[in-house]
Ligand binder design. Sequence first.
Ligand code: GRF
Length: 190
Amino acid sequence: TKMAVFASGNGSNFQALYEATQDGRLDADIVLVVADKPSAYVLERAKQAGVPAFSFTPRDYASKQAYESMLVEKLDRAGVEWLVLAGFMRLIGPVLLGTYENRIVNIHPSVLPAFPGKDAIGQTLEAGAKEAGVTVHFVDEGMDTGAIIAQRSFAVDGADRETVERKIHEIEHQLYPESLQQLFSRQQSV
Ligand code: GRF
């Protein structure tokens, strides 16, 4: 399975996915990293890993449709079959959704449908929620609204933000490769 990882920032989830493809936990290849910010640290990680990467600046394009059409061309050329969003801070539009129908997934740091959107961890703590967690889900036109693939949660128990964040990342780095492995193997057997 050939996948592209889309990210806007640090890229620790890219790193975890990449490592899983290297040690056989995830039977897939990351053939392209796409960043919507030329300064995103994920680009440095991709370089270190020897994974081809591409960055662009959305405001250099007339519209979402324009940059997504450009992306489709690049993704197509790289033979990409699945889009894996990992901290990509932008809504996916009709061009990509139409091209990769049911083959776009995202990871979100809350137990959806609770706390969609930005700063889900902050929202969780602010609301005084009992549980924090992570969701892997299909991407549709909404913000963190697509069908849920996998979830894992834990009790907040008065923990501070730093602790909750660390736990969430720990879970993400396991759950994402695991969920994708299941998803891809299911697809191949149908
Ligand atoms: C993760 O918490 C992910 O759930 C959210 O953005 C964060 C990205 O972290 N969508 P990283 O860039 O992979 O380290």
